[in-house]
Design a protein around this ligand. Structure first.
Ligand code: AHM
Ligand code: MG
Length: 340
């Protein structure tokens, strides 16, 4: 029987996936549910963000003498608190924190490690453009004992789930557990995420490129040549591409996932302290790489598959080229000097 029109909730969808997985205990379903609750709380605060001027600036005291927390700090602490009390997690690593946060020994601990970018694109809050939360879930390596950094510094191919919430004109959850990608839209009247985008597949080739072109002067020549190529008219091959850049990775990624195209944050020479691009491997590139591959796309640092890269530190940065498979293959050819 078709379930069209039924409005499958994300919980129902998770339970169905769980039933199809032999030996599944439901642990993972509960963990993802907790992330969903955290995202609903964040969403509520994001929706009020424009009111800060009325109720008081963030980071300062409001008119009631209370400290108003910045939204990114609020998102970070909300997710960490919620997932740490589930009993299913042994540690959380966040883009906002220098080190991993371990669940104390005296609390119930589980086998999962959660990695988060709690509020991606937070510089867009002030201008009412969409922002997001990225998450990645891994299983720890050891059976017990303190969580060590080497358990977190693992290739992206070892993720068991990854996804994001986007706080946009609608609030959505898009996630994968390695069995394709599904998208859910929050129905605000019900407070439930309903299946709205089943089995998302990215077009093989797109017509959109997303990059901060203001960094042009700092790019290597092959990147410049590739972007020039995308802008050079060739109607038979779908060029010129359109340029779309929001400046929130989640939002730029989401659009390209649905419509096809390529998002790039190449390495640049602007900041000598960040010669390897801007985006973080563990918190941004790897979770989105898992999603894009599950949707039939590709993600590369220009030479290597993102999911094969072993991080050296928690906050490693990587150049990122992610999107439709033919577009990513093409940029790799430019970077290898095989096309110009
Ligand atoms: P952040 O971690 O400081 O929020 O930076 C991440 C964001 C991404 O969401 C976005 O793709 C990128 O930075 C935009 O950077 P830029 O403003 O340099 O184009
Ligand atoms: Mg980010």
């Amino acid at each position: 029987m078709s379930d069209r029109g039924l409005g499958i909730t994300v919980t129902e969808h998770l339970l169905r996936e769980q039933r199809e997985t032999p030996y599944a205990t439901g642990t993972f379903t509960q963990l993802l549910n907790e992330l969903i609750v955290a995202a609903k709380i964040i969403n509520r605060e994001v929706n009020k963000a424009g009111l800060v001027d009325i109720y008081g600036y963030t980071g300062t005291e409001n008119i009631y003498g209370e400290q108003v927390q910045k939204l990114d700090e609020f998102a970070n602490s909300t997710i960490i608190r919620r997932v740490m009390h589930t009993g299913h997690v042994c540690a959380v690593a966040s883009e906002e924190d220098a080190d991993i946060v371990e669940v104390p020994d005296e609390r119930l601990r589980g086998p999962y490690i959660v990695l988060i970018d709690p509020l991606d694109g937070s510089s867009n809050i002030d201008v009412n453009a969409s922002i997001g939360t990225i998450f990645s879930i891994r299983r720890r390596i050891k059976e017990s004992g303190p969580v060590t950094l080497d358990e977190v510094l693992r290739k992206g191919s070892e993720q068991v789930a990854a996804g994001y919430f986007i706080y946009g004109s609608s609030t959505m959850l898009v996630y994968t557990t390695g069995k394709g990608v599904n998208g859910f839209t929050l129905n605000p009247a019900l407070g439930e995420f309903l299946l709205s985008h089943r089995d998302i597949t990215i077009p093989k080739k797109g017509r959109i490129y997303s990059v901060n072109e203001g960094n042009w002067a700092y790019w290597d020549e092959p990147v410049k040549r590739y972007v020039e190529y995308l802008k050079t008219p060739d109607p038979e091959n779908g060029r010129p591409y359109s340029s779309r850049y929001i400046g929130t990775l989640v939002s730029d990624f989401h659009r390209n996932l649905l419509k096809g195209g390529i998002f790039m944050y190449p390495a640049d020479k602007k900041d000598p302290k960040k010669p390897r691009g801007k985006l973080r491997l563990l918190f941004e590139a790897a979770p989105l790489a898992f999603l894009i591959e599950q949707a039939g796309g590709a993600a590369s640092d220009g030479q290597r598959r993102i999911l094969d890269i072993e991080p050296e530190t928690l906050h490693d940065r990587v150049p990122l080229f992610i999107g439709s498979p033919d577009d990513v293959a093409e940029v790799e050819r430019f970077l290898a000097g095989e096309a110009h």
